[in-house]
Design a protein around this ligand. Structure first.
Ligand SMILES: NC(=O)c1ccc[n+]([C@@H]2O[C@H](COP(=O)([O-])OP(=O)(O)OC[C@H]3O[C@@H](n4cnc5c(N)ncnc54)[C@H](OP(=O)(O)O)[C@@H]3O)[C@@H](O)[C@H]2O)c1
Length: 222
């Protein structure tokens, strides 16, 4: 199995690439610059324990074309629409996993949602119903992902309008050793994406005695 991560040269994409490769899933990281992606992939491969799957680097379009089914989308929100328009012709038959949080420009403690309601819904509207969009992984910190010595400290809320696509993505993310929850249709992304700036606020706060907080769905106390 192999997956692509578009914008995979950023901290979030790199952390996910390392985690998935260590879990045995081949990863292609994408960049606007294929040579940069190749070099980053080589550097990241040095960080993986033996027995891991591969990390390769290509430009964003080639990365999308190369993988059979799952494309994770990890660019800043400012590049969301333009990058999706370029990828769209190559996404037929695939699932787009949108992890993008529309943080307010200049203020990471707030979101500024697009007219569609959320980045996930904007992606679904742009791509059309024949390309399922699944929102996921919005609330996991890049620092946590890149720290391979520790487990990922949170649960993952997954949303989207097509159940089969959601189940495929949940099965993929489960392989990172986290719990995934079906959080509903794509409009749930309005809430899920908006959690991230709250976590950023907590991480910055001197009143909270830790950083890189994660969210959890807890059972009742025994
Ligand atoms: N960082 C976190 O802790 C975190 C947590 C949860 C969710 N997220 C979400 O995950 C996504 C990626 O986060 P990140 O921190 O890795 O972001 P980032 O470093 O700002 O960007 C990721 C990659 O996107 C590409 N990119 C940057 N500007 C672009 C543009 N104008 N057009 C096309 N591509 C562009 C760059 O790759 P190339 O220059 O190689 O093309 C860059 O390495 C964001 O949407 C963020 O909201 C991040």
């Amino acid at each position: 199995m192999s997956i692509a991560i578009i914008g995979g040269t950023g901290p979030q994409g790199k952390g996910l690439a390392l985690r998935f490769a260590r879990a045995g899933i081949d990863v292609v990281i994408g960049s606007r610059d294929g040579e940069k992606a190749e070099q980053d992939a080589k550097d990241m491969s040095q960080l993986l324990p033996s027995g891991s799957a591969s990390i390769k680097g290509m430009d964003n379009i080639e990365a999308t074309k190369t993988v059979p089914e799952i494309v994770i989308f990890a660019v800043p929100f400012s590049a969301h629409e333009v990058t999706l328009l370029a990828l769209k012709p190559h996404l037929e038959g695939k699932i787009l996993v949108d992890i993008v949080v529309p943080l307010a420009p200049g203020n990471p403690k707030a979101v500024e949602m697009p007219d569609e309601g959320s980045a996930t819904e904007a992606a679904q509207a742009l791509l059309g119903e024949s390309i399922p969009v699944v929102g996921a992984l919005h609330n996991v910190s890049a620092v946590t992902l890149n720290d391979l010595d520790h487990a990922i400290n949170c649960d993952v809320l997954v949303c989207g309008n097509q159940l089969a696509a959601k189940k495929t993505v949940m099965a993929l993310i489960d392989q990172l050793g986290v719990r995934t929850y079906n959080a509903g249709l794509a409009d749930s992304a309005r809430c899920i994406e908006a959690i991230t700036p709250i976590l950023i606020r907590l991480n910055i706060s001197k009143d909270v005695p830790f950083s890189h907080a994660g969210i959890g769905v807890l059972p009742p106390q025994a």
